[in-house]
Design a protein around this ligand. Structure first.
Ligand code: GCU
Length: 752
């Protein structure tokens, strides 16, 4: 029988490209897996974290083996290219930092062994991801196992899978469960058992054993309400003895998509409303523990989501298992992202094969994501061909799940790429990076009107919020908790009014590291999370979703961090899934309100206030007070100016440009356009690599052209310092207006 041994402890780590021969002699640290070398520098901004080759080493004695036993090493994740040596023999190279891989080391074994692994997260043009809005932490950051199997065994060599594939087909109350396994070496039969159902023994023919079992009165895997899992085992029989065994859970469910009504699970309408997740955490990067994964899942459960987009790469098996257990519907994807690389085709294919083979049996997964925002730097023939290959591959490997893609919001809705996958989705950021909140509504209305037969969803949407930043007047680009709420209140309503959206996923459940970012009062962090990077603080918007999605009764008072308030009359906002809430000020009832999810109260401010809200058996409390001056700590540095033209040296002379002009007018003068472009390049540099690369579509260029420079500056959220705004305005004031030229719309790089 096989033996699986976790070998995470006691590795040597050399943070230098010393070469295989030097690993045990070079100065090193002692580390345990999971490990990354970018836990700190990958999260502190500057886009300067160490990307290159580092080395790991471990010694071990030869395990006790029976005749013919095969010894494998199994790496669950090493980012992003790993090479494995045993006793100076290089045994494998694996490209792809988020999928599991195995290597047979039997022939290289001696009594005492030196295992050496190089891991490289340096830039190249063939392994995805290379360009994306998250940190590519280097390291062996998921578990490592030694697996000893008999000479004949369930296949260990096919794209990291366990050689056991389960598919179920449901007919009314009965499920036909097809069981298939792949066998290496000689064996006569495989016995399949489903706990509580029965077993069947089938012959191994040409290395494959196919059988089926009927489950009558099938207990469906029914999403978050009843995620019932069956337990299956496959036993390999040789000479009448069981010599190997693999186990897998599976679930029986059906699902479908309707162009008007969205997603259906087990025949009933089941609108998918949920969040996206990146795996990393503050202080530990991607080297997270099972307890951390469990905590993430508990938070996602608490918010009441029924779906997770596991972005932008393969997640840990443990997390997919949790999704099965908690009944989450999952969008799984490979890190084919942002920038298509002509040399990366092979890597997209192998990563897609790994994704499907390793995750085939998870009932939670309902689609395979081909790519994310891949059109950002332009669409080429090679990109189209690459996607067709992946799409066909996914269909060939799995006829039970559709393919999907997350399109960038600057991809015009008529582009052929939009329609390449089976079901479509867009990442939209109207009301944050660009445009107004209602542009999201218009976008989907246009799409649905033009393509009523297509299945469309919202794969990403979100707005950054730093819990330190608080305001009575929320505005796009201010990074306050309050604007994040305004944004999500609108988006929730927008999607509720459009039941055809097959899924919506908030970007993102948790703040995450993007070392190239420097905005919103934090360096190196994307703050679109509903929960902070350390998982310790639930932002107000978290409770908005909880009110909409969760059945667990609760009431929440917003503005917990907005303690010192300057306004005469303040707004007190409450999120709850009760329909009646009562607000108390210093123990006195202010008002009892009935409504749905969002309740707002007005309160005159004077001195100190202990505010309490009660709903059913639940209550919440905050303390706030009136202060004579606005608290500067609540404002984003660089965004303190409310009206630019109240500031000294800010003018708007007749016949000359100023920041009050719309961009289309400024672009009529090459001299003024240059001033604008320089400012935009500067602002973009604060939003990381992806922002620098974005290529605008014509429709977005049109939207941008209609904006004033002043509006653009606000949207940039304080990333353009006051002194620069004054200088830009002064420079524009020196340029005479050009009135009679029509500027041609170009796909220029001028969004922020
Ligand atoms: C993109 C992208 C994410 C990114 C997000 C953002 O659309 O897919 O990876 O983090 O937008 O800008 O916050």
């Amino acid at each position: 029988m096989r033996k699986t041994i976790l070998i995470n402890e006691n590795w040597k780590f050399v943070k230098e490209n010393v070469g295989a021969a030097e690993v045990f002699t070079a100065p090193s640290d002692k580390v345990n897996i999971p490990h990354t070398w970018n836990a700190i520098d990958g999260q502190d901004g500057g886009n300067d974290y160490y990307r290159g080759t580092c080395w790991y080493g471990k010694t071990f004695s030869k395990p006790e083996l029976n005749n013919g036993d095969q010894v494998y090493l199994e790496f669950r994740g090493a980012n992003s290219t790993a090479e494995v040596w045993v006793n100076n023999h290089k045994l494998c190279t694996h490209d792809g930092g988020y999928s599991a891989f195995r290597i047979n080391i039997t022939d290289a074994l001696q009594e005492e062994n030196e295992l050496v692994v190089s891991v490289d997260n340096g830039p190249n043009d063939r392994v995805y991801p290379q360009m994306a809005d998250f940190t590519f932490y280097g390291g062996i950051y998921r578990d490592v196992y030694m697996v000893i199997v008999p000479n004949s065994h369930f296949d260990m060599d096919y794209f990291g899978g366990n050689g056991f594939q389960i598919t179920s087909e449901i007919n009314e109350k009965t499920a036909v469960v097809s069981l298939k396994s792949y066998v290496s070496g000689e064996a006569e039969a495989v016995r399949y058992t489903i706990s509580g159902v029965g077993n069947v023994q089938v012959p191994v023919i040409d290395g494959v054993a196919s059988g089926s079992l009927i489950v009558s009165e099938v207990h469906l895997w029914d999403g978050v309400e009843d995620p019932y899992l069956y337990q299956a085992k496959a036993e390999l029989i040789k000479n009448g003895h069981v010599i190997d065994q693999v186990d897998s859970r599976f679930g029986c469910r059906t699902f479908s998509f309707d162009k008007d009504k969205g997603f259906f699970l087990n025949g009933r309408s089941y609108p998918l409303r949920g969040v996206s997740r990146h795996q990393d955490r503050i202080g530990v990067g991607n080297a997270i523990t099972k307890e951390m994964m469990q905590e993430d899942m508990e938070l996602i459960k608490e918010i009441g989501a029924n779906t997770i987009r596991l972005a932008h790469y393969q997640h840990d098996q443990y997390f997919y298992d949790l999704c099965d257990q908690y009944g989450m519907i999952v969008w799984a994807e490979i890190p084919y992202i942002t920038e298509h690389m002509p040399n990366g085709r092979e890597n997209t294919i192998s990563q897609m094969k790994e994704l499907i083979v390793q995750n085939f049996n998870h009932p939670s997964i309902i689609c395979w994501g081909l790519s994310n925002e891949i059109s950002v730097t332009g669409v080429t023939d090679d990109l189209m061909e690459n996607h067709k290959i992946l799409n066909d591959l996914a269909h060939k490997m799995d006829h039970t799940r559709p393919t999907t893609m997350a399109h960038a919001f600057m991809l015009e809705i008529d582009e052929p790429l939009v329609f390449l996958p089976d079901v479509m989705s867009y990442n939209l950021y109207y009301g944050w990076y660009l445009g107004n909140l209602t542009d999201n509504d218009v976008f989907f209305d246009d799409f649905h009107k033009k393509y009523p037969d297509k299945i469309i969803g919202l794969a990403e949407y979100g707005a950054d919020a730093n819990p330190r930043l608080q305001t009575a007047m929320p505005e796009k680009g201010d990074y306050t908790e309050q604007y994040q709420c305004v944004y999500h209140e609108h988006l929730i309503q927008m999607s509720a009014e459009r039941p055809y959206l097959w899924s919506t996923h908030v970007w993102n459940m948790f703040d995450f590291a993007a070392d190239g970012r420097d905005e919103g009062g934090k360096n190196g962090i994307n703050q679109k999370g509903l929960v902070t990077f350390d998982r310790k603080y639930k932002k107000d918007a978290f409770f908005l979703y909880k009110a909409n999605w969760s059945k667990e009764p609760f009431v929440h008072l917003c503005g917990r961090n907005y303690i010192e308030r300057h306004e005469e009359e303040t707004e007190v906002k409450v999120y709850s899934n009760y329909d009646t809430v009562e607000l108390y000020n210093n123990g006195e009832l202010v008002e009892k309100q009935s409504g749905e999810k969002v309740f707002t109260f007005k309160l005159k401010l004077q001195g100190n206030h202990r505010i309490e809200v009660k709903a059913g058996n639940c209550s919440d409390e905050i303390t706030i007070c009136k202060v004579p001056e606005p608290n500067k700590a609540y404002q984003l540095e660089g965004r303190e100016v409310i009206n630019w033209f109240d500031e000294p040296d800010m003018n708007c002379p007749e016949g000359y440009y100023s920041i009050k002009d719309v961009m289309a007018d400024i672009r009529k003068s090459p001299e003024a356009a240059k001033i604008l472009d320089d400012m935009i390049i500067y602002a973009k540099s604060k939003r990381g690599d992806v922002a620098k690369k974005v290529k605008q579509s014509k429709s977005m260029a049109k939207a941008m052209n209609a904006m004033t420079v002043e509006a653009l500056i606000k949207q940039a959220g304080g990333s353009i310092p006051k002194s620069m705004v004054v200088e830009v305005n002064k420079s524009l004031n020196r340029v005479k207006k050009v009135n009679d030229i029509v500027v041609e719309l170009k796909e220029e790089n001028y969004s922020i």
